[in-house]
Design a protein around this ligand. Sequence first.
Ligand code: ZN
Length: 213
Amino acid sequence: MAGTSAPTATEPRELIVELCQQFYAQGWVSGTGGGISIRENGRVYMAPSGVQKERLRPEELFVLDDAGEVLEAPERGKLSACAPLFYNAFRLRDAGAVLHSHSINAMLATLIHGSEFRVTHLEMLKGIRGTGYHDDLVIPIIENTAHECDLADSMAAAIEAYPKSHAVLVRRHGVYVWGKDWVEAKTHAECYDYLFEASVRMKQLGFDASKAP
Ligand code: ZN
C-alpha cells in the first residue's frame, strides 16, 4: 500500500496503479468503482471495467488515442463504461487527467444541495484553480442514471454550462474531477472532497457553507 504520500512513479501506467492504491485508501474507489485516467502525449491510459483498483497492475491498463480508439488492450478485461465520461473532460477542457470518485462525502453533498453544490469562505477553496477564499465555488449536480455511460450527455452539457468548474457531481453516486495534469487533478480532488465533507458537516452543526459568515 502506497499510503498517502506523493507518488514516486512517473510513467502513466505506474502512476495510475499507485494513485489507485492511494484513492482506495481514501475510500474513493472501493468495490471496483471509480478510478483515474491520464492523458499524455496523445495517449489516454485507463483501467478496465470492474477490476479491484487497489490490486491493479500496470499491464492491465488500456491505452487509447485522443479519438477514443484502443491502441493497446490488456489480455483480459473490458474497457470501462466511464470512458466517454473521462473523454468529456479531455475533449471539452483539455484535461490531462480525470478522476472518478465514489467518495461518501461527494455522495452526501449531493443530498443536501439542489442542482448546484455551492460553498464560500473556506481556506481549501484556494486549492481549486481560479478560486479564492471569498469566491463562490459552484459545481453542477447531474441526476444519476441506471447505467454509467448514460451520464455522458448530461455531463457534457453541465461542463459547457459551468466553464469555471473543474468537476461535475452525480446525485447519489459521486464526482468526476479533472485538472491540466494528474498533479492538479489529484489536488483538485482532495480539495473538493474536503469541501464536500465540510458542507455536510457544517450543515449538521447548523452552518450554511454556501453563505459568507
Ligand atoms: Zn461511478
